[in-house]
Design a protein around this ligand. Structure first.
Ligand code: GLA
Length: 329
């Protein structure tokens, strides 16, 4: 009986709601915001920022997880059945690009990417899909420069320093970032033969930890290590592995990329760790701007530019609160 009553209230609610929204449907804008790692602070913040903008401008944002191809396609189906006109996405695999574009086109939905840019079957970026993301190579160079400066400040002799490069060559922005860092390190006099690769399966802390651990034990003759990767979550995995191996914070310089909750938590610890800093980029801006671009495209027919590249600011234990405030994080 209770169940019956509940059901009929629900039905009533839905039909009233449907009646109202039918009248407004022409004007209402609803967009999806699909991310590959919904539990990562970077993506939580991006989605939150998009919703916030929606509240300010009067459109709705449906936040969804897309951790693999199947989940992404169901998320798109789900958005379509809710009447969404488009979505922002950071895909779990950039090679899903053609399949995602296909599905979106079938539904007449507009799509823009954030962070990780679609790659077509020819291996090139899909230029017809507007993108906003980090300038990977430049931000990577900043990572390398920050590491080199800190090595100098600690008076390390480059001959005695090894680098743990946690790499992900499946993801173009990841490769650009670690390539940029490598280039800047070499330009500063880093010894090329002292760079060791730890290929990670994913873009998170646990995959980085798993990749990093064997590197330290294999090259136990180095007293000093620098650690870099595509993001701070991965650098943190490397730092945790260095601790487990027995290295102390003054033997390690890890510099990440993102400037999100993961870094704030690390900087808030009572004692410094090997996680020296991170290149902070505004995830708030990435979320707001891509949502705004898509909204304007839907509402006014103005297609966003092909590619927008963002830059970063070095955030360390000393300035993180200030940088966080400056970037609206
Ligand atoms: C990739 C990484 C994320 C974040 C974004 C920022 O998606 O996996 O951690 O760095 O790029 O563009």
């Amino acid at each position: 009986m209770i169940r019956f009553i509940t059901t009929s209230f629900l039905t009533l609610g839905i039909s009233l709601g449907a009646g109202l929204s039918a009248a407004q449907a022409q004007d209402d804008v609803k967009i999806g915001f699909i991310v590959k790692k919904p539990e990562q602070a970077w993506f939580i913040n991006e989605q939150k920022a998009a919703s916030q903008l929606g509240e300010e401008k009067g459109f709705s944002v449906v936040r969804l997880a897309g951790e693999d191809g199947q989940q992404v396609l169901s998320a798109i189906d789900n958005l379509h059945s809710q009447g969404a006109q488009g979505f922002v996405i950071c895909p779990p695999d950039v090679r899903l690009g053609p399949a995602i574009v296909n599905r979106a086109e079938r539904y007449g939905m507009k799509v823009v990417t954030v962070d990780d840019r679609f790659v077509g079957s020819d291996g090139e970026p899909i230029a017809s899909v507007p993108h906003l993301g980090m300038s990977g190579y430049k931000i990577g160079q900043q990572v390398g420069e920050a590491i080199a400066a800190e090595m100098k400040a600690r008076g390390w002799d480059p001959e005695t320093v090894a680098a743990l490069r946690i790499s992900n060559y499946e993801l173009p922005t990841a490769k650009e970032r670690t390539d940029g860092a490598t280039q800047a390190l070499l330009a500063s006099g880093f010894v090329e033969g002292n760079i060791y690769d730890a290929p990670q399966q994913n873009t998170d802390t646990s995959s980085a930890f798993a990749a990093a651990s064997p590197i330290f034990s294999k090259h136990g003759d180095f007293d000093h290590w620098v650690i870099y990767a595509l993001n701070e979550e991965s650098v943190l995995g490397g730092v945790r592995a260095s601790e487990q191996y027995g290295l102390s914070p003054d033997q390690v310089i890890g510099v990440g990329i993102n400037g999100s909750g993961a870094a704030f938590a690390e900087f808030s610890r009572q004692k410094p760790t090997g996680f020296y800093g991170t290149m902070a980029v505004s995830s708030t801006m990435h979320g707001r701007q891509t949502a705004d671009n898509l909204y304007t495209w839907i509402k006014e027919g103005e297609k966003p530019r092909d590619n927008t590249e963002t830059t970063g600011t070095l955030m360390t234990r000393d300035n993180w609160e200030q940088v966080r405030a400056d970037l609206g994080l």
